[in-house]
Design a protein around this ligand. Structure first.
Ligand SMILES: CC(=O)SCCNC(=O)CCNC(=O)[C@H](O)C(C)(C)COP(=O)(O)OP(=O)(O)OC[C@H]1O[C@@H](n2cnc3c(N)ncnc32)[C@H](O)[C@@H]1OP(=O)(O)O
Length: 389
């Protein structure tokens, strides 16, 4: 039984001072149900993606979704967490509930509120998604971890600073057309390539423009079985999914290979019965520009060590042969941890029904690939989406 996205909602991402986790969850849930034309009473199950890890004093947040409508009372509701892939973990749990026949309609919400947390604490909270005996003292939070990965990559394959700056510039440029994005400024390649007061080094060779943003925001979607999707105003099928969880300690694996990412892509593409070259675009986890570069290799776009070709030869630009992160990605759209994976599914679904904002829409988008990652390639989730037929 296939699962289909029949409605969605997305708050703006950014520093949302007047919002709370609760208000964000309620806005996204209410919006997605209205968009789907589904009444709250018809929801069979609720899944909330929320990382938290100290960003908000409120844990045990699944029940907050019930604040969206009195009819949601007594519905099964569960919070899931898988680091920065929390949002996709929530989506995939909903997909399984429908595939098993246990649910006909599932409401999936992802949320995070990060910007109320003071600077150094942000890094400490995020590092809870690493292997603490190994990484507990890493300076710069997760940027420190990816700074080391970038350093090791440069040592093995040569300095890729040009390619990283091109990735940053691409994603910032793409974000300009996305009204949900936190940063909508085309900062340009030269700004991303050079160290400056406004673009200092953060960790190893990574500068500020190589990092994703610290964000608040929520996204939600309604999943439904094929019968429900058939009569929906719009519907996008989740044609294949892949989830591969790797060892947490980086010392137990080749950290330049993102092998879990490769396995997740292989599983999802095989389930969908399609090849990478069939995809119209990809939304991938650019938590740091070095991650997007290695993901080009891990997904099979280029051989290992040659990811730079994909950006330098224009393949992943919006008008290239495989546009990557037309939404602006985590880099420009923002990265409110628990919401990110849900947001990636919402952005892709919009593209596939032709509802993406002007300037962001990929022409004739037929098949979308999504890669959402938790930790340094530990939790790896891929989804393949297509318009419902
Ligand atoms: C697997 C995973 O997903 S791990 C990823 C988890 N997420 C992270 O680790 C978040 C990484 N990012 C960060 O920690 C922060 O954005 C940092 C450290 C890079 C920058 O933070 P700060 O140095 O505190 O910047 P601050 O918030 O003071 O902003 C200063 C300026 O830089 C801009 N800015 C802040 N962050 C970024 C960024 N990542 N990219 C581009 N510009 C940025 C701000 O808009 C601001 O601009 P302005 O002066 O024109 O107003």
């Amino acid at each position: 039984m296939s699962a289909n996205i029949v409605g969605w909602a997305h708050t703006p991402f950014g520093k949302l001072d007047t919002e709370t986790v609760e208000s964000l969850v309620v806005k996204a849930a209410t919006g997605a149900l209205a968009d789907a034309g589904v009444s709250a009473g018809d929801v069979d199950e609720i899944v909330l993606g929320h990382f938290n890890a100290g960003f908000s004093p409120q844990d045990f947040t699944a029940a907050l979704v019930l604040q969206a409508a009195p009819e949601l009372r007594f519905k099964p509701a569960t919070r899931v967490e898988n680091a920065c892939a929390t949002g996709s973990a929530a989506v995939h749990q909903g997909v399984r509930a429908i595939a098993s026949g246990a649910a006909r309609i599932v409401l999936v919400v992802g949320v995070e509120q990060m910007t109320r947390t003071p600077g150094p604490e942000i890094g400490r909270n995020l590092l809870r998604a690493s292997y603490l005996p190994e990484d507990g003292e890493t300076a710069g939070g997760f940027a420190g971890i990816f700074g080391k990965i970038a350093q090791a990559y440069f040592q093995k394959y040569g300095d890729a600073s040009d390619a990283l700056a091109m990735i940053a510039a691409k994603n910032h440029r793409n974000g300009v057309a996305n009204p949900y994005a936190q940063m909508r400024k085309d900062v340009g390649y030269d700004f991303c390539r050079s160290e400056s007061e406004k673009n200092p080094f953060v960790a190893g060779p990574l500068k500020r423009t190589d990092c994703s943003l610290v964000s608040d925001g929520a996204a939600a979607l309604v999943l439904a079985d094929a019968d429900t999707a058939r009569s929906a105003r719009k519907a996008v099928s989740i044609r294949g999914t892949g989830h591969a969880q790797d060892f947490l300690p980086m010392s137990r694996r080749d950290i330049l290979a993102f092998e879990g990412c490769t396995v997740a892509w292989q599983r999802a593409l095989a389930k969908a019965g399609v090849a990478l070259s069939d995809l119209s675009f990809v939304e991938t986890h650019d938590c740091f520009t070095i991650a997007e570069l290695i993901e080009y290799e891990a997904m099979g776009l280029t051989p290992k060590g040659q990811g730079a070709r994909a950006i330098k030869e224009g393949w992943t630009q919006k008008d290239g042969r495989l546009p990557v992160n037309p939404s602006g990605g985590l880099k420009a759209k923002g990265h409110p941890i628990g919401a990110t994976g849900v947001s990636m599914h919402v952005m892709s679904a919009m593209q596939l029904v032709g509802e993406a904002p002007e300037g962001m829409q990929i022409r004739d988008a037929r098949l979308a690939g999504i890669f959402n990652m938790g930790g340094a390639a530990v939790a790896n989730y891929v989804s393949i989406l297509e318009p419902f037929r």
